[in-house]
Design a protein around this ligand. Structure first.
Ligand code: SIN
Ligand code: CO
Length: 391
């Protein structure tokens, strides 16, 4: 698939201007963002994925047994046969992990950090199909890949915005329409977090939602403190060597709170610990069960490469890195991290930014013990896969 240049992708706007004026701020409609788009998978192939156990899928019927009825996958072929002619949507999560052409779409967004990208959800809708007016807490690019869908944009929303009384779906009870467009294949709509949107299929259509990861403050606090607490000794305690006699023994005074604030601020001030936790958190895979350790006899890597096979990145693996100092860098892979010498930066960048590595390139690292160990470890953990295994 040929990917559009960023200026085409963003409708003539440079990534700089897009980030300044639209990103996280206001919606942007881009006609023909992907001018030569070929639908990366057919409705039948999407339905096929929804039959698989390891794939998350849902069907929303605008008027089923109840309004906005939600059915959860995996589905059977029989389930699809009993669906009405129209007014329903099938949604499949993280299709990029199963279909390489869909993963390819994400590369068009490489002006944004890859660890901010989450997944590509694909919906297939019959005429009238909709998942209702709603808002999301993350940025999304809605790329029309087949047929036409009408998108309505509404008000700014937050946790106080009234919702319908629905057990599973967060559907807005009020929608204040502000703009409306019909998207054709290749058109794309950017929607920032918190903006109400409502898509209704004009005819049979498919939409790819390129969604982003944004940890909630709740998650940041909870998971960072959880991570950090592993490294704190039980003997590290609240202390008050500056204590003075008190007149009111039950009162909690300001100094006591300030001592606590001091402890907390010192802990949060540990930039290295925060960065380590963040890299691990942002690379946590959605489907960890799809990254299985591989037991390979010693010498397998060299043998495979010498036979001309390359390596592939496991499509479920998430990778990122951080240059820590002049001497070190941290590589984050599937929620774990390792400290590496800074000399491995070119290899780390290669591994993080590509999904296929040919034998010739990798054999160039054979004489560097640390580089070779890294490749062997990523292979053993299942983050990298042998191309030969795919045949
Ligand atoms: C859809 O594709 O129908 C829904 C996508 C979204 O609103 O985020
Ligand atoms: Co949405």
């Amino acid at each position: 698939m040929s990917l559009p240049h960023p200026s085409v992708l963003l409708g003539g706007i440079s990534p700089d201007i897009f980030l300044r004026d639209y990103w996280q701020k206001k919606p942007l409609l881009i006609r023909q963002a992907f001018p030569a788009l070929e639908n990366p998978l057919s409705p039948d192939e999407l339905a096929g994925l929804a039959l698989e156990d390891e794939v998350e899928s849902r069907i929303v019927l605008t008027q089923g047994a109840t309004p906005w009825e939600l059915r959860r996958g995996p589905f059977t072929e029989e389930d699809f046969k009993t669906l009405p002619e129209q007014d329903w949507t099938l949604l499949v999560q993280a299709v990029d992990q199963f279909v390489p052409d869909v993963a390819e779409l994400m590369k068009a967004f490489s002006f944004l950090p890859s660890w901010r990208l989450d997944d590509v959800m694909i919906s297939y809708a019959t005429p009238g199909g909709s998942v209702g007016p709603h808002y999301d807490n993350y940025d999304v690019f809605l790329l029309q890949s087949h047929g036409r869908r009408r998108w309505k944009i509404g008000q700014h929303c937050d946790d106080q915005s009234p919702l319908l009384d629905h057990p599973d779906l967060r559907i807005l009870s009020h929608f204040e329409e502000q703009q409306e467009w019909v998207l054709e294949p290749g058109d794309m709509l950017y929607i920032p977090p918190g903006i109400a949107h409502h898509g209704i299929a004009e005819d049979e259509c498919m939409t790819c939602s390129i969604g982003f990861r944004a940890p909630s403050h709740q998650d940041i606090l909870l998971h960072y403190t959880d991570f950090l607490s592993q490294y704190l000794a039980d003997s590290q305690r609240y202390g008050d060597p500056d204590a003075k006699p008190v007149a009111h023994p039950a009162a909690i005074d300001d100094q006591s709170i300030e001592r606590l604030q001091h402890i907390m601020l010192e802990l949060v001030n540990d930039k290295a610990a925060l960065a380590t936790w963040f890299g691990r958190h942002m690379t946590e895979p959605r489907y960890p069960e799809l990254i299985q350790p591989q037991e390979l006899p010693a010498g397998t890597l060299l043998e495979e490469l010498q036979n001309g096979y390359g390596l592939m990145r496991n499509p479920s693996t998430r990778l990122a890195y951080r240059v820590d100092s002049d001497e070190h860098l941290l590589l984050f892979a599937s929620g774990e991290h390792c400290l590496l010498p800074a000399t491995l930066l070119p290899l780390v960048q290669l591994v993080c930014n590509n999904d296929y590595f040919d034998s010739e390139t990798l054999l160039g690292w054979q004489t560097d013990d640390e580089a070779w160990t890294l490749l062997e470890q990523l292979l053993a953990k299942g983050d990298l896969l042998l191309e030969g295994d795919d045949e």
